[in-house]
Ligand binder design. Sequence first.
Ligand code: ZN
Length: 214
Amino acid sequence: MLYGTASDISQQILRTDVAGMPLEWIDYREAARLYHSEQVAYSCGTRLYTVFGGYSAASGRRSRIDVNSIIATEGTSQGLTFVRDKYIPPLNNRTLFKRDANLCLYCALRFPTRDLTRDHITPLSQGGKDVWSNVAAACRRCNNYKGGRTPEQASMQLIAVPIIPTYAEYIYLKGRRVLADQMQYLLTHIPRSSPLHARLTDHLSDNDSIFDEI
Ligand SMILES: [Zn+2]
C-alpha cells in the first residue's frame, strides 16, 4: 500500500552515491526496494511517499518505509566517477530540446517539443557530425529556411552556444519533472559557468514547486 504526499506516484526520486554525487532517477518501487534491502545510507529532500508492507510476525507491527525525494545509496562508484568525468551523454531530441529550453536557437521563440527539430549546425552533407556541439533545437520554419547550409552561409545566428551536457546536467535534462529540492541539489553539481546553471537558478526563484515539461 502506498500513501503519497507527491502530486502523483510517477514522481521520480533522485538517487545519489554515498558521497552525494547524482546517479540516476528511479521510481518509488525501486526506492522502496533500496530502503528495504538497507542500501540507503541517508536521504535528503522532502518525503514523497510512505510505503506500507506486511505485518511482522514477531512484533505485530506493520513495516513502513518513508521515501524521500533524494536518496543516497551505499556502494562504491569509483568506476563511475572515472567515467563521469569523461562522460558524453547520448544525444536524443528530448534532452536536446530541454538543453535549449524549448527555444529555437535561431529565431529565439519557444515551441512545444512536437514543433521542434534537431538542426545540424554544420549540415551532415557538409561533413557536420551528429554530436551535442553540432546540434541545436530549431523550429521547422528556421530549419527549412536554413536547409543544407551552415548558419554563416544562410546568414543566420545562433542565440546560444550548443553545449555538451556534463553528467549532472544530463541527469537534470533526463528528469521528467524535477522538484525544487532536487533541482537545488543538482545545481550544486552544475558548474556556475554553465548556461544551464543560470537558467535553473532563475527557475528556482520563479517557481518554488514543480517544473513541468513543456
Ligand atoms: Zn525558429
